[in-house]
Design a binder for this molecule. Sequence first.
Ligand code: MN
Length: 440
Amino acid sequence: MTALDATHDPVLRSWVESANDPASDFPIQNLPFARMRRAGSGEPWRFGVAIGDQVLDLRLAREQGGWGRVATAWLAPLAEGDLAAFMALGPGARRGLRAVLSAALREDSERRAALASCLVPQAAVDYALPCRIADYTDFYTGIHHATAVGKLFRPDNPLLPNYQWVPIGYHGRASSIVIDGTPLRRPLGQLKGPDDAAPRLAATQRLDHELELGFLIGAGNAQGEPIAMVDAEEHWFGTVLLNDWSARDVQAWEYQPLGPFLSKNFATTISPWVVTPEALAPFRVPFERPAGDPQPLPYLDSPANRAQGAIDIVLEVGLQTPRMREAGLPHQRLMQSNFRDSYWTIAQLIAHHTVGGCNLGAGDLLGSGTQSGPGAGQGGSLLELTLGGRQPIALANGETRTFLQDGDSIELRAHCERAGTRRIGFGRCEGHVLAAVKAA
Ligand code: MN
């Protein structure tokens, strides 16, 4: 587990004034990375670090010099937009660069004059995926989601008996992962109502979002050599928001016996800012199982995981309809939940994924599964919030929704807040729905 150090000091302030706004997602205590360039420019992609409402362009910052030999070497792959090469330097480089950037951005830094010219407003940049997503696995760690969805799909048998023992997951599709702001086209698929004699090909009528976190793997393991719990977090490079768009009607017909396929493989959206494990260190909490639930098997257990394997991250979903957009209304919050309610921790996902010998690689992405809270209004998907489409959501402007309509936009957000620490956030993960192509 990452120890707290001077970079976490809650009184630390930056010379970038907007970073000192208590409501900012990106104070000097956060310092997440994104692959970016000036909007509309043909510049090569490079990495930037968020600070307030600005981005410190690491390509420009490296050119300014004055970083010393070691930090200059750390900055080189980031200046070239090559996250895999930075990951290959190991977690020590990530931690070391955090300390260097924190010092350069703090209020009393001598680098202020040199680095001020390396800032770009976040409103004036385009983002790209942080790296080539090599492989993508989606887990199912939200027990409240699993139970609520299980009730809808199997009223007599909501939570299957393996759930409390196995971190359930499936192999997702890496090719269709897109960055925040990318529109998604309503997918076609086989639909079959319970009374239909045969399925038909049509655009999904039950398009949904799923509120998830995504965990980027920074260093892999050799095939046949599992990652133990005690080492697992050293393979975790960073965390993003993840929307696992889902076509519920397609899913209901196709998911047995091998799990979701076309209902999930058309698009997955992630947020641009990769929040590091170091930034999340002040928000670690114990991993606890409800009384009466089985304890994890030994290969999914460690003292560190019990002490602080979980993370307190508030998650939320906002919806904006075309009418709201035309009226200048922001996204309306639909719900909130917390990642500390996850049934499994990040270390457990990594240990379980590899225990049979599977090799993870740099740039692999692990989805958390939908994070719903225990309460009735805390579903991390419309499927849950509308009880399978039976109970429409009433929006503040008088509109209602069961599933997503063309033009609707979904925005995921997250933040961490705890007494005695500085609040940090994840930025946003947005996508909006385009009309389907015509069915053949
Ligand atoms: Mn999912």
